[in-house]
Each structure stands twice: as C-alpha cells, then as structure tokens.
Design a protein around this ligand. Structure first.
Ligand code: G3H
Ligand code: ZN
Length: 299
C-alpha cells in the first residue's frame, strides 16, 4: 500500500501522533523497517537519503523497497531524504518516490547555508515538479543543530515569523524545523524548543517535521508530537542498533574461531549469522520508536 507522505502525516497531525521516517541503506535495514511496521501495525515512511548515492545506485535500493512493499499490508511512503539539488530530486521523482524533501536550507555540499531567497527558489522549483506528479514535498527552514545556550537558540532555531513566511512563499506540504535537534548523537541531554513548536504549529496547520530524532528523550518526543510534530526522522538509532549487534556477533565469532582452531577444526564462514541478528536489532529499534511516536496500531 504505497501512498504519499501527506496521506500518512496529515491524519497524524490531526490525531496527535507522528509517523516515523526511517532511513534504509541496504536489504537488512529495509527489511527491518517493513517487519517492524507489520508487527506494530504502524504506518511509516521509508527513506533514502541523498548521501546514499555515494554508496549505491538508488535504483537498486528502490527496487528492493518496491519488492518489499508489494507484500506489505501497512500503508507506507517512499521518500527522498535531504535532496539538495533540483537534479537529484528529479532523479528520485523519476524513480517513483511518493514523497521528497528538498533541503534548501543548505547548499549542495550539505554544509554551507543557502540564503532565504535561494532556499525559496529551489524549494518552489522542486515543488512545482513534484506536485505535478502528485508527490508530497517537505521543505526545511532554519539551521538544524543542538543548542546549548540562549545565544545559539536565538541564532539557530526556526522562528514563527520565518516559518509563516516560508509557508507563504512556498507550497510545501510538510515543514522541517530547527527546534534543537541535531543529526547524529547529542552531547548530553538535548534542549528541545517546545515553545517554538507550539508557536509555529498555531500558525502552520501542516504536518511539522522533526529531523535528528535519535536520542530525543521519549517525554520530549511525546510532548513535541502533542504540539504538532507529525513526522520524525530516525537514522542514527538504526545504525547504532546495527553496529551493536554486529560488534557482539563478531566478538562471538572470534571466540568460536579460536575454539575451532584450538580443536584443530575447520572454520565455517556465514555472513548471514552476522547480518540476521543485526536485522533483528534494527527491527526492535524501529518498533520501539513506532510505539513512542504513537503510530503503532494506527494502520
Ligand atoms: O534526515 C534524517 C534524520 O534527520 C535522522 O537523524 O540520524 O539523528 O536520527 P538521526
Ligand atoms: Zn535530517
């Protein structure tokens, strides 16, 4: 049941839960996401981020996701995460994504900020093409990152004025905000700007997006969702689950090999014995988020 993100996140915003958007990079992570959704009966978004292009041809990953989707009994969307150029967004549109993010907040290098006007220009251009194909568009306003001081908060967080202006100047369906989250792990406990979410949500009736969902304490997640966050991106938490399981398995394999060698036996190599537990571990991590986001049981 492949649908657009808007079809998943609009009811989520209206009913007070959030849809998880989970990054897939290979077969195991994609399977883990689909399995987690089936098990918790949770609508979900599976996403491929632009930087994955350096790792694999998105066509291969996309075909795999479509194959998994054919068996799915849960509604889901396939989303391009952090598309940074018009060309990349068009490439994913041609592939058949039902949702995409044009991240106009940063230049193509993913580091240098774009001016407000540049952000508006590229967001509008991508939106026009995507909307012509019935595809949901997510835009971003503000500078994502952990804030530890009032000064940083004043400099980086999305203001209600910026959000309203961005909505007026573009026609995005979902809006990603800088609300104190960051990509990757936080240093210490994050300060989530709930007041900003509340102020923005009061003036922006569309689904609001939290990037950098990994490591946000559950109570902060629940509060943010109750205020209007309707899509939450999770990538690092899946990577951590993968790493933890692989490291554990590799240590176990080393031990097995040492015992086999000592007994004069022949080592057996089977990568599936490393990858299957890592897939289970990723599935658990995704299920855990689906429950906290309140999307479990909504499919
Ligand atoms: O776009 C992807 C996300 O914002 C993921 O953030 O790696 O901190 O979970 P995360
Ligand atoms: Zn992100």
């Amino acid at each position: 049941m492949l649908v657009t993100s808007k079809e998943l996140t609009a009811p989520a915003r209206a009913r007070g839960y959030a849809v998880g958007a989970f990054n897939a990079v290979n077969m195991e992570s994609a399977q883990a996401i689909f399995r987690a959704a089936e098990e918790t009966r949770s609508p979900f978004i599976i996403q491929i981020t632009q930087t994955t292009l350096a790792y694999t041809d998105p066509e291969e990953l996309f075909a795999l996701i479509v194959a998994l989707g054919k068996k799915a009994t849960i509604p889901f969307a396939i989303h391009l995460d952090h598309g940074r150029s018009f060309e990349v967004c068009m490439r994913f549109l041609r592939l058949g994504v039902t949702s995409l993010m044009i991240d106009g907040s940063l230049q193509e290098d993913g580091k240098s900020p774009r001016s407000y006007q540049e952000n508006i220009d590229i967001t509008r251009r991508v939106s026009a093409a995507a909307h012509a194909m019935g595809v949901t568009v997510e835009g971003e306003i503000g500078r994502l990152g952990q804030v530890t001081t009032e000064k940083e908060a004043a400099e980086h967080l999305t203001t209600p004025e910026e959000a309203v202006r961005f909505l007026r100047d573009t026609d995005v369906d979902m809006m990603a905000l800088a609300i104190g989250t960051t990509h990757g792990l936080f240093k210490g406990r994050p300060r989530i700007a709930h007041d900003r979410i509340e102020q923005i949500a009061a003036q922006a009736p569309i689904p609001l997006v939290m990037h950098g969902g990994t490591g946000v304490p559950d109570e902060d997640v629940r509060k943010a969702v109750s205020l209007g966050i309707a899509k939450i991106n999770i990538d690092t938490q899946i990577r951590v689950a993968f790493y933890d399981a692989v490291i554990e398995r590799v240590h176990a394999v080393e031990k097995e090999f040492a015992e086999t060698d000592a007994a004069g036996g022949v080592r057996k190599y089977d990568v599936r014995k490393i990858l299957a537990p890592s897939r289970d571990s990723m599935q658990k991590a995704v299920m855990d988020r689906m429950v906290v986001f309140g999307s479990a049981g909504k499919a």
